[in-house]
Design a protein around this ligand. Sequence first.
Ligand code: GLN
Length: 290
Amino acid sequence: MTEHIHFTQAPEIRAATTVRALFQALSLPRLEQLSLAAHALNVPRSWLLAHDLDTLMPQQIAAVHSLLTRRIAGEPVAYLLGQREFYGLLFHVSPAVLIPRPETELLVDYLIHYAPNAGRVLDLGTGSGAIAVSFAHHRPDCQVYATDISPAALDVARTNNQAHSDGRVDVRASDWCVAFFTSEYTNYFDIIVSNPPYIAADDAHLQQGDLRHEPIGALTDLADGLQCYRAIVLQALPRLKCSGFLVLEHGWQQGDAIAQLLQAAGYQAITQYCDQDEQGHSRMLVAQKP
Ligand code: GLN
């Protein structure tokens, strides 16, 4: 395990035997350095503060070096750590799922607050299970269902379901609502929620930052960004109870276009929630089945 000692490396990296020397040679934000090194060495971050001048074994140095250089090459911290905090819970993540975003916590807030007692809630395109699992964690009275079309994402969602909601979320392979097309699920759900892929195919952000490493099918519809909403808005309607709610996350400029889709499909009480994300944009729409 000495592949890190490579002749093309700068002398200070080749000579590094301590975490501090690696941190000085491989420039990254402090918190990222500490998180990645702590993960590589399987120690708490606090340990590193006291031991960053300890001489480590070559394989330990190699492990830290590997994670730091992968980060410098662009891999997201969450994938390197295999986890990301969301709604106060530590979610397992892999490159098969979108990394949970803070703005999505707003949907969970809504569900926890408004789901009726013992209600039925369905999360479409659950990915890591962030929405369904954190909701089920806080509302054990409810019956929670989650779908995804990706088998690899379903594995991640099931792991998180076991870790945080005692396996209570009914996780199913499905293209949106297709697993619920049978008559027993007509007028069945109190709330259907989704954070679908909504980035337009020609959006330059897909080639930038963490997004380059996330599953393309979780980010974009490969069209105008509204294609998944067209399907969800129509499929959800017959499966919602009368007066049930559809709750959608959307991109910061998509609210009006999706409100029009909802109105055309016959939803009522269409509400855009304002000033929600870190930039102050509206990112969530709620609409009611008449
Ligand atoms: N919220 C993600 C982003 O803006 C996109 C995820 C999605 O399409 N649902 O990077």
